[in-house]
Design a protein around this ligand. Structure first.
Ligand SMILES: *Cc1c(COP(=O)(O)O)cnc(C)c1O
Length: 366
């Protein structure tokens, strides 16, 4: 059997026809950027995150960059983030001119609030947690910390659309929250897309301007910025995908439960707290002899990924001037391995993967 890590084809004939019809509607009205479907998509995002405002943008990276800019953060300021994430999180901070400060993580691979607390300085302007793997961060501790120190909380919710914490949707906690809808994400466009949500009218207005070259009324430029507008076709596709979204999450959660059952006591499997709902952007195990295991699985047709192979402070772009702490992250990173968890996997495929992992460790004992 071959088990791919991802399968981005839309094999289901009905789904493909529905997506093509949504694209066709856009081609007929011709408002190709920020068209009516973008507005409807933004309205849906507001509803689903319980926010007052949503701004559709062209990627999760731009969402983060514009969010930090909108908060007025720049040179001389510090933003505390996690050590383990996709590098987009750090790039977004660094490109505003602010200094990224890397905090350590906990066993669950998410930002450790105690580490954040140690790294707060008078220059800290924001805390930027990532809901890594689609698991909510310790938002209680992080919100308390941000509030008591008067710094903004910006959620990098790129991996966690649809997750919830204490009954509230992820994306409803920070001053601003950012999502990515790139093709790998749980809610995926057929190309690049992202969205920013907030409750603050002032931030919303600035974001709308920053999204289009810092303009107001599309012509007058009041501050330098880039073009980060969302394509109407992607919004139309996302609206379609949203109607299937509950099924997608349910399937991923079911696959995760199958894995957890099959791998109990063999490797460390992701845990879910009673007050949270994860979406399993990745199903990330922590395993001894990780690299050997990955090769063993590859040899039997199972594609896995190490997300992410470099801690952000150790990336060539940052390691010379990186500040913060990442001792625990350095211990955990060599153990992490992401198993295929996309919603097209069959029960048989999941069992095949679990059995292969069990076999690997049985061989170890033999
Ligand atoms: C995917 C991702 C991003 C960037 O989103 P893009 O849409 O790919 O630009 C940012 N942060 C995290 C944690 C991500 O996983």
């Amino acid at each position: 059997m071959r088990v791919p890590f991802l399968d981005l084809r839309i094999a289901d004939q009905t789904q493909r026809s529905e997506i093509l019809a949504a694209v066709d509607a856009v081609l007929c009205h011709g408002r190709l950027v920020l068209g009516p479907e973008v507005e409807t998509f933004e309205a849906e995002m507001k509803r689903l995150t319980g926010r007052r405002f949503a701004v559709g943008v062209n990627s999760g990276t731009d969402a983060l960059f514009l969010a930090i800019r909108a908060l007025g953060i720049g040179p001389g300021d510090e933003v505390i983030t996690t050590s383990l994430s996709w590098i987009a999180t750090t790039n977004a901070i660094a490109l505003t001119g602010a200094q990224p400060v890397f905090a350590d993580i906990r066993e669950d691979l998410n930002l450790d609030p105690c580490s954040v607390e140690r790294l707060l300085t008078p220059r800290t302007k924001a805390i930027l947690p990532v809901h890594y793997t689609g698991k909510p961060c310790d938002l209680k501790a992080l919100t308390d910390l941000a509030t008591s120190r008067g710094v903004a909380l910006v959620e990098d919710a790129a991996q966690a659309f649809g997750a919830s914490y204490q009954g509230r949707p992820i994306g409803s906690f920070g001053e601003i929250a950012c999502f990515s809808m790139n093709p790998m994400k749980v809610l995926a466009a057929c190309g690049e897309a992202g969205v920013i949500v907030t409750d603050r009218a002032d931030l919303y207005e600035r974001l709308v301007s920053l999204r289009y070259n810092g303009t107001v009324n599309r012509e007058r430029c009041i501050e330098p910025s880039l073009n980060a507008r969302l394509d109407t076709i992607q919004a139309a596709i996302l609206l379609k995908r949203l109607t299937w979204f509950e099924d997608i999450i349910a399937k991923r959660r079911k696959i995760a439960a199958w894995y957890t059952e099959g791998l109990e006591g063999v490797v460390k499997t992701p845990e879910e707290g009673a007050d949270e709902c994860r979406v399993y952007y990745t199903y990330t195990i922590q395993a001894d002899r990780r690299d050997e295991l990955q090769q063993y699985l590859a040899d039997v047709g199972i594609e896995t990924k190490i997300q992410h192979p470099y801690l952000m402070p150790l990336q060539p772009a940052y390691h010379r001037n990186a500040c913060g702490e990442w001792g625990r992250a350095s211990e955990l990173q060599p153990q992490i391995l992401c198993l295929p968890v996309h919603e097209k996997l069959s029960r048989d495929a999941v069992e095949y993967v679990s059995e292969a992992i069990r076999r690997f460790y049985r061989g170890d004992q033999a």
